[in-house]
Design a protein around this ligand. Structure first.
Ligand code: ADP
Length: 377
């Protein structure tokens, strides 16, 4: 296993698309890091740069202490798992698992073994070791019963397990995953997520995983790297990204339902004029930021209150989630979501009052384009 370091790494594609710029990241040995961001933000390019499938045009990348800028993909000792499983259709699961290792062995030893008994013996030992690795990986992934089947006789989830197994048997220094679960149905995706976490903790392997799905990122990663337009926005543990986003982009990208935002003007006493009304925020925590601001409220922090306080909203719809409900609210044509415990007082079409509950996910951002965070509670 190995650490991976990106130092001001970047990629400009021929034709001038600057897909990734100034990417700095130290991935510790055995860490599970998830690159997450909207489509086109440069996640796959970054992963492919680590894999050696994409040449980098700025900075350096090191794996296990060695700069690999000029090292060919096959010599980087990494294994990559893709969204499309890319299994060999005419080979059994067992052969799919062993094929890569056998090819490497044959490459090295075929000629030598023709002339030497020692090499013939070594070759036999290697064949046995490949078989053992295939058996171990199959057991770890629960696909031992499928070893004789062809890929067409497998379900999507089973195929993705075989694709994982192919990476596993190689025991690489680093595992790279490019949206490996996107082709699976929702239930299976959630199951496979858990399996990947378990696999990671058993192997203690360095893993870099790409997804556009922030929920998947939150559940999988030791740390997340949130990207936008080729630039890293924030690198931190999932809970810290959620509760202390560095800017409005990160705040809006992470969390479902998404954070509610509103532009307003704040005065020194904590009064925020917004949504054709005003509310009072704790001046201790928010009062230092006088002038135009953006308020961000997590749905769970928007709570019902007495009519004399908060803002009045029309209750447009109630979405039941089992133990709680999402209330779809409207004020002046702007939609807000409140996630609360259900109450018989909620009647669609009624006007209800809500206020942000400071300390439970209320944030203040600059009203600028960067939307830097001013306060998080
Ligand atoms: P993501 O994985 O986050 O969806 P990508 O890394 O695939 O993003 O792409 C980042 C940017 O680089 C996008 O603007 C995309 O159009 C561009 N891009 C990706 N591959 C190429 C390529 N081979 N040639 C030119 N531009 C590319």
């Amino acid at each position: 296993m190995a650490e991976v370091i990106l130092d001001k790494a970047g990629k400009t594609y021929p034709g001038g698309v600057r897909a990734v710029e100034g990417f700095d990241l130290d991935i510790a040995d055995g860490e599970f890091v998830v690159l997450v961001g909207p489509s086109g933000c440069g996640k796959s390019t970054t992963l492919r740069m680590i894999a050696g499938l994409e040449e980098i045009t700025e900075g350096t990348i090191s794996i296990g202490g060695r700069v690999v800028n000029d090292v060919h993909a096959r010599d980087r000792d990494i294994a990559m798992v893709f969204q499309n499983y890319a299994l060999y259709p005419h080979m059994t699961v067992e052969r799919n698992l062993s094929f890569g290792l056998e090819r490497r062995r044959n490459h090295r030893s075929r000629l030598r073994s023709l002339f030497s008994t020692t090499h013939r013996r070594a070759r036999r030992a290697e064949t046995e070791s490949i078989a053992a690795r295939v058996r171990d990986s199959a057991r770890m992934l629960g696909i031992t019963d499928l070893l004789d089947r062809l890929p067409r006789a497998l379900s999507g989830g089973q195929r993705q397990r075989v694709a994982l197994g192919r990476a596993l048997v190689r025991a690489p220094q680093v595992f790279l995953f490019d949206e490996p679960l996107s082709n699976l149905d929702a239930k299976l995706r959630v199951e496979m997520r858990t399996e990947l976490r378990v696999l990671h903790s058993r192997l203690n392997a360095t893993m870099v995983y790409v997804t556009h799905d922030q929920e998947e990122a939150m559940t999988l990663g030791d740390r997340l790297v949130v990207m936008d337009q080729g630039v890293v926005q924030q690198i931190d543990a999932p809970t810290r990204i959620y509760s202390n986003p560095v800017n409005r982009f990160v705040a809006g990208f992470v969390g479902t339902p998404a954070m509610n935002f509103v532009e307003g003007t704040l005065d020194a006493s904590g009064r925020l004029n917004a949504l054709e009304g005003s509310i009072t925020l704790d001046p201790q925590r928010f009062g230092g930021h006088v002038g135009p601001v953006v308020l961000g409220v997590r749905p769970g922090a928007l709570r019902p209150c007495e009519p004399g306080r908060g803002w009045g909203f029309r209750l447009e719809a109630i979405e039941h989630l089992g133990d709680r409900v999402d209330l779809v609210l409207d004020r002046g044509g702007r939609q807000w979501i409140s996630r609360v415990e259900w109450s018989p007082d909620f009647v669609e079409g009624d006007t209800l009052h809500f206020e942000p509950r400071v300390g439970e996910g209320v944030h203040l951002f600059e009203a600028s384009e960067s939307g830097r965070t001013l306060a998080s509670t």
